[in-house]
Design a protein around this ligand. Structure first.
Ligand SMILES: NC(=O)c1ccc[n+]([C@@H]2O[C@H](COP(=O)([O-])OP(=O)(O)OC[C@H]3O[C@@H](n4cnc5c(N)ncnc54)[C@H](O)[C@@H]3O)[C@@H](O)[C@H]2O)c1
Length: 204
């Protein structure tokens, strides 16, 4: 049994990821960590709240000590990191909140994972859900790929770009097993599949 920590699982994308994981990975435990900001809503998950393989933890990723305890307590083996301040307009009003959650919160999670997994990265994964907005604005006909230079234009995209750099740094410096998804705007029926396809492939 894998113990999969999903952060931001009460949010728009995360709530569907939690539900899909419980459906597809029947032998795994899903621990949903969410601070329940204005964007989080447990009503999204009412139908599965009593699922035997599901647990909700009301916690903020800006608190490193609590994350350390959580990794130990639930023996976390995989992280799917979606928790974020995610709205560009809000980032223009409150940029520091975006630094706190998207940058410091991500580094806290990386650090907690590194410390807990330090002796053995086998069968571990830190899957970081980022955004294509780190690449800046697209012209009418162009497209981004993994080699496109980072060029964030808002406090939101700058904070996500910064978090991507830290995730890569933990791979290059400590060998932490990571995947970064720079998915596009996620709406309608495709919203889970765009960012999460590679994750399902990885875990299947
Ligand atoms: N929605 C999109 O179109 C889209 C596109 C590309 C990338 N993304 C990325 O996907 C992820 C999820 O996006 P979403 O649209 O579901 O976001 P959302 O705003 O709907 O949900 C974010 C969740 O994170 C939680 N959260 C916020 N701050 C937290 C903190 N400090 N500690 C713990 N939990 C916290 C919120 O309570 C909420 O449940 C984000 O990382 C976002 O950058 C989203």
């Amino acid at each position: 049994m894998r113990n999969i920590l999903i952060t931001g699982g009460a949010g728009f994308i995360g709530s569907h990821v939690v539900r899909l994981f419980l459906e597809i990975f029947k032998n795994d435990k899903v621990i949903n960590l969410d601070a329940l900001t204005y964007a989080g809503n447990l009503e999204n998950l009412r139908d599965i709240e009593n699922h035997p393989n599901y647990l909700f933890v009301h916690q903020d990723i800006s608190d490193l000590e609590n994350l350390r305890q959580l990794f130990k307590k639930y023996e976390i083996s995989h992280v799917v990191h979606l928790a974020a301040e995610s709205h560009v307009d809000r980032s223009i009003e409150e940029p520091l909140e975006f630094v706190n959650t998207n940058v410091i919160g991500t580094v806290n999670l990386l650090q907690a994972a590194k410390e807990y997994w330090v002796d053995n990265f086998d069968d571990k994964l830190f899957y970081h859900v980022s955004t294509d907005e780190v690449y800046g604005s697209l012209s009418d006909t162009g497209f981004f790929d993994e080699d496109t230079a980072y060029d964030p234009r808002s406090p939101y995209s700058a904070s996500k770009a910064s978090s991507d750099h830290f995730v890569r740094a933990y791979y290059h410096t400590y060998g932490l097993p990571i995947i970064i998804s720079n998915c596009s705007k996620s709406v309608g029926k495709t919203f889970v599949h765009v960012p999460i396809d590679s994750l399902f492939n990885e875990l299947a």
